[in-house]
Ligand binder design. Structure first.
Ligand code: BES
Ligand code: MN
Ligand code: MN
Length: 453
């Protein structure tokens, strides 16, 4: 009865052309000069949802619009799935490091390069094509579907929680499915057991009213650059752990079963080193690389700004210094609590001769999956059929803050199946996705629906 794979075979080259078209729209959410592109991308996504057989609307928010697609003809007895993805992308800079332009999708060696290829336009779009394959290829779909495509994920989803709350009834579902993560290795599909959360801050240190001559004043005036360096250094211990008192209070100890499952994964250290390209690796003592990435929290400087950084020497005592610092969090840490602890810690270590201000940027709670139930089993079976090998369970170091909110507001389990390759260059130059992953992703998701029938 099903002609899923036949339909996908026949239509695959059109699917690819459409994906290229999607990737050409520079839907950068962080920059207001791209607001028109964001609108264009939203309308484009709604049109493709309609092509697939869904009804679709572009719903304005105080920020960028949400595209809502619906197909509810499977009947009240059939389960309802909510599929979430984002059509916005990160800025493409530094442009000079792209081998082909960020918004001119280019295929090299079977790999598609463009901003958003993996994060998340390619993965969002493959869900639309899987729905099309079901509805147009087989003429039916065994589940009801609600699709939510947002345009603000890369700026912290400021309007999505209110949207989900105010559309609670329309978004009611039995499970949430998201493809916005990576596979463990090329050819090995993955289901996630966790995502880290995020607590992101800007630390401002203000010293003298203006820049001063460092010879005339240096030694008698406290230097904000030195103070900021001291603050940053005080955040970590020599053993790689975070030094803020109370930081580990809510960190969960994972069951031995999970730690063993992580040890059992075929982790390739040499490949990881090559992917990172650093002279060496280090992290929290007592934990493996994968544990450091997935089940342990972190503290990282993301940016520093202070004093003279141009050519040559300028003997200046800068008036101010700024650091962007973020923490990746694990269950059951909470970003608000981490903010309180950070503020108390900095109040203790900063001298009174400077003024320190701490601003909150993004926050997102960590997530832990329920690895059971009919949706989880259907996903396992579908991934095995599409990739020819069963999925492995993996953690994820990145964050998708809305996941916990979906789970709580809609009271439904969330399933994360990612199709990005490891080293996809998300947020970096030369982001890519293997065309094979795009195609197998479509087959896996379409098969997932078939399994639920
Ligand atoms: N898709 C990513 C998260 C991700 C990255 C999942 C890699 C799996 C593998 C998402 O778009 C993202 O970039 N999230 C941000 C958080 C957000 C608040 C800006 C992140 O993790 O930094
Ligand atoms: Mn993403
Ligand atoms: Mn991202």
């Amino acid at each position: 009865m099903t002609d899923l794979n036949g339909y996908i075979d026949r239509e695959m080259s059109r699917f690819r052309e459409e994906l290229f078209e999607f990737l050409r729209i520079p839907s950068v959410s962080a920059r207001s000069e791209h607001d028109g592109d964001i609108q264009e991308a939203a309308v484009w996504v709604a049109d493709r949802m309609r092509d697939a057989g869904l009804s679709a609307s572009v719903i304005e928010t105080p920020g960028h619009p949400v595209v809502l697609g619906e197909w509810k003809e499977a009947g009240p007895e059939a389960p309802t799935l909510l599929i979430y993805g984002h059509y916005d992308v990160q800025p493409p800079e530094p442009l000079a490091e792209w081998k082909s332009p960020a918004f001119e999708p280019t295929v090299r060696d079977g790999n598609l390069f463009a901003r958003g290829a993996s994060d998340d336009k390619g993965q969002l779009f493959l869900h639309i094509k899987a729905l099309e394959a079901q509805l147009k290829g087989t003429g039916s779909l065994p589940v009801n579907v609600v699709m939510v495509a947002e345009g603000e994920e890369e700026i912290g989803s400021p309007n999505l929680v209110p949207f989900v709350e105010s559309h609670r009834e329309r978004l009611a579902c039995d499970a949430v499915v998201i493809s916005d993560s990576s596979m463990f290795a090329q050819g090995i599909p993955s289901l996630l057991f966790s995502l880290r959360g995020l607590a992101y801050f800007e630390i401002h240190v203000q010293g003298p009213a203006g820049d001063l001559h460092s010879g005339t004043y240096g030694g008698a005036v406290v230097n904000p650059g030195n103070v900021l360096a001291h603050i940053v250094d005080s955040l970590k211990n020599d053993d790689g752990s975070v030094a803020i008192p109370g930081f580990y209070d809510d960190v969960m100890d994972w069951e031995e079963k999970t730690r063993q499952a992580i040890r059992d994964l075929p982790f390739d250290m040499a490949e990881f080193e090559a992917e990172v390209g650093a002279p060496g690796l280090d992290g929290e003592k007592g934990f493996s690389v994968l544990e450091r990435l997935w089940i342990r929290p972190t503290c990282d400087v993301n940016g520093l700004l202070c004093g003279y950084t141009g050519e040559g020497a300028k003997t200046v005592l800068p008036a101010r210094a700024m650091a962007k610092v973020s923490f990746r969090l694990v269950p059951d840490q909470n970003p608000d609590r981490v903010g309180e602890l950070l503020r108390a810690h900095i109040a203790r270590v900063a001298p009174p001769e400077v003024e320190v201000k701490i601003e909150d940027l993004h926050g997102g709670r960590p997530w832990k999956a329920e690895l059971e139930g009919s949706f989880f089993e259907a996903a396992q079976a579908a991934l095995r059929k599409a990739f020819g090998t069963p999925p492995v369970l993996t953690g994820e170091g990145g964050s998708i803050p809305i996941v916990v909110d979906f789970q709580e507001i809609l009271e439904a389990p969330v399933l994360l199946m990612g199709f990005a390759p490891p080293g996809a260059n998300m947020h970096a130059p030369n982001e890519w996705i293997p065309l094979e992953n795009f195609e197998k992703g479509i087959r896996a998701v379409a098969q997932f629906y078939a399994e639920l029938g």
